[in-house]
Structure formats: C-alpha cells, structure tokens
Design a protein around this ligand. Structure first.
Ligand SMILES: *[C@@H]1O[C@H](CO)[C@@H](O)[C@H](O)[C@H]1NC(C)=O
Ligand SMILES: *[C@@H]1O[C@H](CO)[C@@H](O)[C@H](O)[C@H]1NC(C)=O
Ligand SMILES: *[C@@H]1O[C@H](CO)[C@@H](O)[C@H](O)[C@H]1NC(C)=O
Ligand SMILES: *[C@@H]1O[C@H](CO)[C@@H](O)[C@H](O)[C@H]1NC(C)=O
Ligand SMILES: *[C@@H]1O[C@H](CO)[C@@H](O)[C@H](O)[C@H]1NC(C)=O
Length: 621
C-alpha cells in the first residue's frame, strides 16, 4: 500500500462516492452522506452527529469536531458502524470502556489529537479490528499489553508522537500486521526481539527517531518485509548481516545517519531491491563486497559522504541502474577505472561537486546508453582524448567550474548526439594547444550553451577573449613548433608575414659582403660570429621585431605577441579611450544642466525682486 493512501484512504473514498441520503434521510448540513453508509462530517457541531446517527452508518469520519472526550457511551448503539474516525478534534481522553460498546469496529482513526496517554488495554474489546491510527498525538508511553490479542490487526500507525521507549513484547501477537509506522518519535533504542512475531510485516517505518544502534538479529523474522525506513536516525554502525533475512525487500533507506562504515556484504540477499539510500552519512570507506545482486535497482544516490574513493566494483551488481548520482562528496578525488563497467542501462551519471582531479581514459567507455553526464564543479585539470568515445547517445555534458586549461580538439568527435555542452568557469589557456578545441567550438557553437563565457585566462595577450572568437589563422605560427628556433633566408629587408612559408626552407648560406653577428634566440652563450649577413630572421614563437645595429654589428630581436593580439590590446586601449571620452561628454552635459538650473533659479529670484520692488513702489504711492 502506498504511504499517502493509507492515511486518507477513507476520506477520499467517502468523498468520491455518489452523494445520496441513506434510507432515513438523515444527513446534517455539515456532513456528506453516501448511499453506502459513509458519513464524513467536519466542524464544531460534528460531535452531535454521533448521537443522531442512524443504524445504517457503516463509516463515520468526524473532522475538527472539538470532541475532547470519548466517553463510555459515545459509541453505544452503533451496531453496524465498522469504521470510526475522529481527527483534528483535540481529543485528550478516552474512557477505558469506550470501545466496549462497539466491538465490531474494524478501523479506528484518532489522528492529530491531543492524546498523551491511553487507558490500559483500551483496544482489547476490538477483536476484529484491522486498523488503528494514533499518529499525530502526544503519546510518550504505551503499556505493554496495549495491543494484546489484536491478532487481526493489519495496520498500526504510531508515528508523530513522543514515544521514547517501547516495551519489548508490545507487538507480540500481531502476527498478521502488514504495516507498522513508528516514524517521527524519540525512540533511542529498540529491543532485539521486538519485531519477532511480525512475520507478515511488509512495511516498517522507523525514520526520524534517535536510534543509535540496531541490535543484531532485530529484523530476522521479517521475511516478508518490503519497505524498511531507517533514515534520519543516529545509527553509528550496522551489525553484520542485519538485513540478510529481508529477501523480499524493495526499499531500504539508511540516509542521514551517523554511519562511518558499513560491514562487508551488508546489502547481499536483496534481489528485489529497487531503492537503497545511504547518502548523508559520514562514510569514510566502503568494503569491496558490499552490494549483492540487485538487478532491479534503478536509482542510486551516494552523496554528502566523506569517501575519498569508492571500491571499483561498487556498482557491478546494480546492472539495472538508470540514474547514478555520485555527487556532492567533498573528499572524493579518485574513481577506479572499472567503476562503471557493468551499467548497461545507465542514462544519467552525475559526478558533479566532487573533488575529482583526473579521470581514467576508459572510465566511461562502456556507458553506451548514457544521455546526461555531469562533471561540473570538480577540480579536473585535463581530460584524456578518448574519454567520451563510445558515448554516441550523449546529449548533455557539463564541464563547468573545473580547472581545465585546454581540451583535445577531437574529444567530442564521437558524441554525435551532443546538444548541450557547458565549458565556462575554467581557466582556459589560449596558446597553441587550444587551437583544436577552439575550432571545434566555432564549428559547433549551437552546442556550447555558455560559449560567450568560455574565456581565455592566459596568456596575457589573449586575456578575456572568448574561445569561439579566436580565428584559426591566429594559430598559424603554431605549425612551426618544434622546428629549428630560427632560420635565415636571403633578402635585403625584413618582412613580417602573417603566413610565412616555413615548410621546406632551410638556412641558406649565400655569402654577402657584410659581416654581422646574429644573436641566437635560444642560447645564452656568447653570440656566435658569422661572416654572412642575413637580414630576414624568422623566429619560432611568432612575429618578432628585429633591430639591426649597423655600427656594432648586433642584431636585436624582440618577441612580441601575435599581430592580432596586438590588435586586441590596441582595441582595448581604444575602448578605454572611448569610455573616457563618453564619461567626459556626460560630465560636460551634467555641468551644463547644473549651470542652467542655477541660471533659472537666479532669473526667478530677480523677477521676484523686481515684482517686490514694483509692489512696494505701488504701496508707497
Ligand atoms: C517473500 O519471499 C519468499 C521467498 O524468498 C516468497 O516465498 C514469498 O512469497 C515472498 N513474499 C512476498 C510477500 O513477496
Ligand atoms: C525485476 O522487475 C521485473 C519487472 O518489474 C520483474 O519481472 C522481475 O521479476 C524483477 N526481478 C526481481 C529479481 O525481483
Ligand atoms: C554480486 O553479488 C553476488 C551475490 O549476490 C556476489 O557473489 C558477488 O560477489 C557480487 N559482486 C560484487 C562485485 O560485489
Ligand atoms: C557545487 O559547487 C559549486 C562550486 O564549488 C558551488 O558554488 C555550489 O554551491 C555547489 N553546489 C551545491 C549544491 O553544493
Ligand atoms: C568502446 O571503445 C573501446 C575502445 O576505446 C572499444 O574497445 C570498445 O569496443 C567500445 N565499445 C564498447 C561497448 O565498449
């Protein structure tokens, strides 16, 4: 049964059915009555309805009735009433014999009242009762024999109370119980044999309590359990094999506890598991053999831990995963190469907000069905060239906010479905190595969502230019990288060319009449003297300016940034000047404006004085 259903089931049922008065035509204004004998009433006067009820009412739900006491006679003469609810009504006292009058009741709902104690054995007359809801009260203590003999009980809800301790045999005898909710209480400890009779239990909720330990063997008899919620407690450790009897388990929540580690094989023998949460625990390591076969698990979250890494086979038995969220782990630096080996169905992988620095080249190779890959907010410095190979269905890659300087030019070559790539927030270094990826961005600009913010952080002359704005021919000088540092050809003037023909040129040594000295750009040694004059000097790192001192016979070489970069800085100065000019103009306009207002004021004052003078003149005459 779904959790949201059990609480409001009958309210919904009673509201949906065809509104028809029952045969006595009894239906007070504040109620909704159904032909099937359901009556739901709301409001202050609802408690009076209890007295006027006809014999044909099977279900009665009173809401906000302000009925503080359920007396010995409250339920008298209602032989056909099967389901009774009194909710939101400030009920604080139940007479010890209140239910003696209605032993046929199958369901009692006393949700959201002010009950702080219950009389001993108050429910004992209800031998056929199936549901008892006591959630949302102030109960602290529940007597050991409170539910004794209620072996037909299917649902017991004690959540949202103030229970600290429960007697160890309180649930003994509830052999048919299917749902037990103890969530949102102050339970610190549960006796190890507490649940041993509950062999039919399918749902056990103990979330939002103060449990510090789980006793070994506490769940051993719960062979039919499907849902076990233990999240938001203070559990520090798990006994080995504590969940091993739970072969029918589909949901296990252990998130937000104080677990530092988890014993070996803790999650073995859960072949039907669909949901497992262990996030928000201060985990510092996980064992190599943690997850047994759980082919039907589709989502797994592992975040907010202190794990520096995870075992390489952690997900090997989770072949059904569609979504894996291994993110927000502020110590997670390293992922083993085979970590994602066995996830043939994975659609979304989130590794964001970890502190990953390097990724193994084959890390993602088997994730051929991947659709979304989030790597943002890590410390990635570089990525291997083939890392995204095979990911042909990938639509989204987020690489924002890393330490990437550059990327291989063909890194996204096989990602033919790519539609949303984010690259901003990285310190891109726009030297030769950026050429390939800059070109790819230009050719695929519709794919790069934040292309205007993908910006060079270095070298200085390219600062703040966006990668997509770097024209390819600015990188032409890079082609020559690794060849001789400079070489000479014979002409009489220095010519700077944007696209020099470097390829097959080798230093030529035709003699000329002038003897000169050439300063090598590479060696710190004393200049080598050559008796050949070469006046074209082509230097490895791009355009250079050459100054020839005829008298001393020295050639000086200055290395300057590429012409376009120069254009960039000139452009910057230009914009700066323009901005200053604009500010001056605005300043001048403002000055003029101030001047004119002062003038106006003066004029007005003069006029006033004149007027005054005229008036006083008039008075005098
Ligand atoms: C629980 O599992 C056992 C076998 O492991 C099976 O016989 C039983 O029917 C299951 N119960 C439910 C409720 O699925
Ligand atoms: C996994 O789920 C499928 C379909 O929901 C079901 O047929 C199969 O029996 C489940 N496997 C296990 C081991 O529970
Ligand atoms: C997968 O689960 C099986 C048992 O269910 C176990 O024998 C095996 O060691 C597990 N594999 C890993 C990698 O944990
Ligand atoms: C992820 O990391 C970034 C940068 O470190 C941070 O600004 C952001 O708030 C983080 N996100 C979350 C949900 O913590
Ligand atoms: C993925 O790429 C590797 C080589 O990089 C290749 O050996 C492998 O067969 C490809 N396909 C899959 C499904 O791993």
């Amino acid at each position: 049964m779904e959790p949201c259903v059990d609480g409001t089931l009958w309210m919904i049922l009673t509201l949906i059915m065809t509104p028809l008065l029952n045969c006595n035509n009894f239906c007070p204004d504040i109620c909704q009555c159904r032909s099937s004998g359901h009556i739901a009433c709301s409001g202050h006067d609802a408690k009076d309805v209890l007295q006027q009820l006809t014999v044909h009412t099977y279900t009665l739900l009173l809401d906000k009735a302000n009925m503080k006491i359920l007396s010995e006679r409250s339920l008298a003469d209602k032989d056909l009433l099967l389901r009774f609810g009194l909710i939101n009504s400030h009920l604080h006292t139940i007479h010890p014999l209140a239910f003696h009058a209605a032993p046929q009741l199958k369901s009692i709902k006393l949700t959201d009242n002010d009950l702080s104690t219950l009389p001993a054995r108050v429910f004992s007359p209800l031998t056929v009762v199936e549901e008892i809801y006591l959630d949302g009260n102030q109960l602290e203590i529940i007597g050991p024999d409170m539910f004794e003999g209620l072996d037909g009980l299917l649902t017991l809800d004690l959540s949202r109370n103030k229970i600290r301790n429960l007697p160890s045999d309180i649930f003994h005898g509830l052999t048919n119980l299917i749902i037990l909710n103890l969530g949102r209480n102050n339970i610190k400890k549960l006796p190890p044999t507490m649940f041993h009779s509950l062999t039919k239990l399918q749902m056990l909720r103990i979330y939002y309590n103060e449990l510090e330990v789980l006793e070994a063997g506490i769940f051993d008899q719960l062979v039919n359990l499907k849902v076990l919620n233990l999240h938001h407690n203070q559990i520090k450790s798990l006994p080995p094999q504590v969940f091993w009897s739970l072969e029918n388990l589909t949901d296990l929540t252990l998130s937000s506890n104080h677990l530092k580690d988890v014993p070996h094989k803790s999650f073995y023998n859960m072949p039907k598991l669909k949901k497992l949460t262990i996030y928000s625990n201060p985990l510092s390591s996980l064992p190599d053999d943690l997850m047994g076969h759980m082919p039907n698990i589709t989502q797994f979250y592992l975040y907010d831990t202190k794990l520096p890494t995870v075992p390489g086979n952690l997900f090997a038995n989770m072949s059904g995963l569609l979504e894996l969220n291994l993110h927000l782990n502020d110590k997670l630096r390293y992922l083993p190469p085979d970590l994602f080996c066995c996830l043939p169905n994975l659609r979304k992988l989130s590794l964001r907000n970890n502190t990953l620095q390097d990724l193994h080249p084959n890390l993602f190779h088997t994730l051929t069905t991947l659709d979304i890959l989030l790597l943002n907010d890590n410390k990635l410095k570089t990525l291997p060239e083939k890392i995204f190979q095979n990911l042909t269905l990938l639509v989204t890659i987020n690489l924002k906010n890393n330490n990437l300087n550059t990327l291989p030019g063909d890194i996204f070559l096989s990602n033919t479905a790519l539609k949303a790539l984010s690259l901003s927030g990285n310190p891109w270094n726009c030297n030769c190595a950026i050429r390939g990826i800059a070109k790819w961005i230009r050719q695929n600009e519709h794919v790069v969502l934040d292309k205007d913010d993908v910006i060079c952080h270095s070298p200085l002359y390219n600062l703040l230019r966006s990668l997509q704005s770097l024209p390819d021919d600015e990188f032409n000088f890079c082609d020559e990288k690794g060849k001789t540092s400079f070489f000479l050809t014979e002409t009489n003037t220095y010519k700077h060319t944007q696209t020099p023909q470097y390829s097959s040129v080798t230093p030529t040594k035709k003699s000329t009449t002038l003897a000169n000295t050439i300063v090598s750009s590479q060696s710190d040694e004393a200049p080598t003297v050559s008796h050949i004059f070469h006046d074209i000097l082509v230097v490895e790192q791009g355009p250079a300016y050459v100054h020839h001192n005829i008298h001393n016979g020295w050639v000086y070489v200055w290395f300057l940034p590429s012409v376009s970069a120069l254009v960039g800085s000139i452009m910057f100065c230009y914009i700066l000047l323009l901005a200053m000019g604009l500010m001056l103009i605005l300043g001048a306009i403002y000055g003029m404006y101030r001047l004119s207002t002062v003038m106006d004021k003066l004029k007005a004052e003069c006029a006033h004085e004149e007027e005054h003078a005229v008036l006083s003149g008039l008075v005098h005459t």
